[in-house]
Design a protein around this ligand. Structure first.
Ligand code: PLP
Length: 413
């Protein structure tokens, strides 16, 4: 009996699962070791997370040493050194002004918390009618209800839950060449509806799971200015873009903006454990007062210790140079694919390389072919993309880009 196939739900899948699952027995560096003996390069960093690779001895040691002290303790009324140390590091790393840290247990939860912060902020200011959000189309902010309600209304899960999801305001998607137009759409929405809008939420520079869209930093600058002009808070969701992925430490560093609330997650613990945070400024924390949220596993000490170790590794490494080298290789190898007749667009920023096809890819067949080439990627719709661990070698990266090029070649035959 196949327990996995018949009894376990995988992400966005049914039971029995129509797409094969590959059994990982162990992993080290950029390699996943499958039970069948295959050794596969992870070009996904397990969904943006494993920036330092798997089985990293420094993070391993940090977690091992913490587990002998205390693995978990409730955060209501109690505190611990890993939370304090991690908080301090995050305050130093994130844009100026962000210095009040709410630890959450997953990215989606940190988004829920950020939305609650924004609503409570305006309630306490006596402007209860400011309870809606504005967000660009094409975004992705998680799978819980609040987060879902600000995901792209067409590509997301809105149609399944349209009766129960709150209705928010969607504005034009910023792209690599439409900043003025997208900003003027945002301004016209804000000028009409700002009295009802608590905050704008967006993924800075790169919209991830909603379509791997890279846009101009001038949009971020403009959006910040409009949020100020119309008295709307700005929430940046850095869950995918954070910790160096786009070539800057955070996506909003490209535009040098200071958001009111920032969500981080994914690579926060170097992919070791589930943890996220919503970080805000004095203005918001002061006005919010008591924040009505408190997850059971808030600030889990093991997760904090992994996050501290991961941040130490990042800060002490020459990550910026490495990400820029990865970007150069991705550009050199992937950009030429743009001329193939089956390709709609190729986009590269930092350690992110995206090939968009004209037609949807067959996920199962494409994945099988990639695995034959020794590469793990998860094609999605018309997209084939990679966001490798920063510790990948040039040669390993070339194995990934070569495998992607072969998929492109195959699609023409
Ligand atoms: C992954 C992701 C989330 C959700 O995080 P989870 O940990 O899966 O809940 C939210 N926003 C963005 C931009 C993400 O990439």
């Amino acid at each position: 009996m196949n327990i996995d196939e018949n009894h376990i739900w995988h992400p966005y899948a049914n039971i029995p699962n129509k797409v094969p699952t590959y059994h990982v027995e162990s992993a080290e560096g950029v390699y996943l070791n499958f039970k069948n003996g295959a050794r596969i390069i992870d070009g996904m960093s397990s969904w943006w997370c494993m920036i330092h690779g798997y089985n990293n001895s420094y993070i391993n040691d940090a977690v091992k040493s913490q587990i002998d002290k205390v693995s978990h303790v409730m955060f209501g009324g109690l505190t611990h050194q890993p939370a304090i140390d991690l908080c301090e590091k995050l305050i130093n790393l994130t844009p100026k002004g962000l210095d009040k840290v709410f630890f959450a247990d997953s990215g989606s939860v940190s988004v829920e918390v950020s939305l609650k912060m924004a609503i409570q902020y305006w309630q306490n200011k006596g402007q209860k009618e400011k309870s809606y959000f504005v967000t660009p189309r094409g975004g992705y902010h998680g799978d819980t209800f609040g987060a879902m309600s600000v995901c792209d209304p067409n590509k997301g899960m809105h149609h399944l839950f349209s009766e129960v999801l709150p209705k928010h305001y969607f504005v034009n998607q910023p792209k690599h060449d439409n900043t003025d137009e997208a900003l003027s759409d945002l301004e016209s929405r804000l000028s009409k509806s700002h009295k009802k809008i608590a905050a704008m939420i967006l993924e800075p520079i790169v919209q991830g799971a909603g379509g791997m869209n890279i846009y101009e930093m001038d949009y971020l600058k403009g959006a910040r200015a409009l949020c100020d002009k119309y008295n709307v808070l700005m929430i940046v969701d850095e869950i995918a873009t954070g910790f160096g992925r786009t070539g800057e430490l955070f996506g909003c560093n490209h535009a040098n903006i200071e958001p009111d609330i920032m969500c981080i997650g994914k690579a926060l613990t170097g992919g070791y454990m589930t943890m996220a945070a919503a970080i805000t400024n004095q203005k918001v924390s002061e006005t919010v007062g008591v924040l009505m949220h408190g997850p059971t596993f808030m600030a889990n000490p093991l997760a904090c210790s992994a996050a501290i170790a991961s941040i130490d590794l990042l800060v002490e490494s020459n990550w910026k140079k490495r990400v820029s080298e990865i970007e150069t290789i991705l550009r050199d190898q992937l950009m030429p694919l743009q001329s193939h007749q089956s390709i709609f667009d190729v986009r590269v920023l930092g350690a992110i390389g995206v090939v968009e096809f004209n037609e949807e890819l067959d996920m199962k067949k494409t994945q099988e072919k990639l695995i034959e080439s020794g590469v793990w990627l998860r094609p999605y719709g018309r997209l084939l993309y990679t966001m490798p661990p920063f510790v990948i070698s040039d040669n390993e990266l070339l194995v990934i880009t070569q495998a992607m090029a072969e998929i492109v070649d195959d699609s023409i035959k």
